[in-house]
Design a protein around this ligand. Structure first.
Ligand SMILES: *Cc1c(COP(=O)(O)O)cnc(C)c1O
Length: 421
């Protein structure tokens, strides 16, 4: 007898098989019988250097035998200090304060609470959070509130708090988004506390891309009106868009930056919410009522911090940038190959992420096209998980040219297979 395992984002009623993976190495996953599956989405956008990187494995083994867990409220430990020191080389100087948590969603909750706490402690009534259409910031109630509404959160909609939504800055319509932001910022009756955005690319919302120029302009408008600018780099951080953080491409230094997924190389959960001096100072006082009221049991777990420091060491000592650039060049060549296909649209690339839509006529997330595509890739031993009819590749940086070519071939096969007759 065993209890039933309830999987995330899985409709068990459809009876789809749930393949089991026994081990992994680099960009390859292996079934118990030795079947190899190429991990073309970095195990849901988290793995950056590939599975079971020896340096991260060693750091975890070593740290877990030395100090496994310790309360972080009022206590500290060497792996947290080492990580804080290491992160200073990767973040702008203006983000001098880091707060640990356990996932992207909690990093976002922390960011929202920091922003609201900032205004509260300054004695200014600002509660409105601005968001971008199609965004995704996580699945907890606060994170869902600042994300797009839809079938994913319909059951909880009455509990989600109200936000101000900016149109997605489609190419050619960027001005509209900026004007909407300006209008929200100028409203004296309900001045915004903060704007939260996924910089350059909206992940779960469908791999939607906008320009660094718009990102820079949004940040500038926020700055001009004292509205806090929160960058959710949970997915974009750690090299995904071609630079360590996406904000770098726009020369933007946010007031608050969230990172999670790739922070430990995508091996164990850890998140950081980095904040500016002003945010920290608003909570710094002799009054205990003004402290930052947030914690979770595993805040700054030493094993997770050691894994994150190993990730930083890999960035320092291995040709990570060259690996990323090779993927970018390879995707560009593949995109040229795809230009001959008639039944695709929206071919786009942001760093190591390549995305396109297969035109099937139906196209929304709930049509059965997504599951059919999923099955198609699963049957061919490629881990790809389309968002509706949007196919995207987001590989670990260690993926070989041969593995990448296998992924491309299967995508071409899918495009031909699903051609409307
Ligand atoms: C994945 C993701 C999150 C949520 O992270 P979890 O670790 O799954 O809670 C938040 N924001 C963005 C942009 C994400 O892609």
């Amino acid at each position: 007898m065993s209890l039933n395992i309830w999987h995330p984002f899985t409709q068990h009623g459809l009876g789809e098989p749930i393949p089991e993976i026994a081990r992994a190495e680099g960009a390859a996953l292996y079934r118990a019988d030795g079947t190899e599956i190429i991990d073309a989405i970095s195990s849901w956008w988290v793995q950056t250097h590939g599975h079971c990187h020896p340096k991260i494995v060693a750091a975890i083994q070593e740290q877990s035998a030395r100090l496994d867990q310790i309360i972080f409220a009022g206590w500290t430990h060497p792996p947290a200090r080492a990580l804080a020191e290491g992160l200073a080389d990767f973040l702008p100087e203006s983000l001098a304060h880091i707060f640990f948590s356990d996932s992207g969603s909690t990093a976002v909750e922390v960011a929202l609470k920091m922003a609201l706490g900032y205004w509260h402690n300054r004695g200014e009534a600002r509660h409105k959070i601005l968001v971008m259409e199609h965004s995704y910031h996580g699945d907890t109630i606060g994170a869902m509130s600042v994300g797009a509404r839809g079938v994913f959160n319909r059951a909880y909609a009455p509990l989600l708090f109200d936000v101000g939504t900016l149109s997605f800055p489609e190419a050619g319509a960027e001005q509209r988004t900026l004007e909407e932001l300006e209008a929200y910022c100028r409203n004296p009756d309900d001045p915004p506390a903060a704007l939260i955005v996924e910089p350059l690319i909206l992940g779960a919302g469908g791999m939607k891309i906008y320009t660094p120029a718009v990102l820079a302009q949004m940040a500038a408008i926020c700055r001009a009106h004292g509205v806090l600018f929160i960058a959710d780099e949970v997915m974009t951080g750690w090299g995904r868009t071609g630079t360590v953080f996406a904000c770098e491409q726009a020369g933007v230094e946010p007031d608050i930056l969230c990172m999670a997924k790739g922070l430990t190389g995508g091996v164990i959960p850890l998140a950081v919410t980095a904040a500016s001096d002003a945010i920290y100072k608003a909570h710094f006082s002799e009054d205990r009522a003004q402290m930052f009221f947030h914690s979770s049991s595993f805040t700054a777990n030493p094993i997770a911090c050691a894994a994150a420091s190993a990730n930083l060491a890999i960035w320092r000592n291995e040709p990570v940038k060259q690996r990323i650039d090779a993927i970018i060049a390879s995707h560009q060549a593949f995109a040229r190959r795809l230009q001959r296909k008639a039944n695709i649209s929206g071919l786009r690339q942001c760093g190591t992420i390549l995305a396109l839509e297969i035109d099937d006529g139906a196209g929304d997330y709930m049509s059965d096209f997504g599951p059919r595509l999923l099955r198609f890739f699963r049957d061919r031993d490629i881990l790809l998980r389309p968002l509706g009819n949007t196919i995207y590749i987001m590989p670990p940086y260690c993926i070989t040219a041969e593995q990448l070519e296998s992924v491309y071939r299967v995508i071409e096969e899918a495009i031909d297979h699903f051609e409307p007759s």
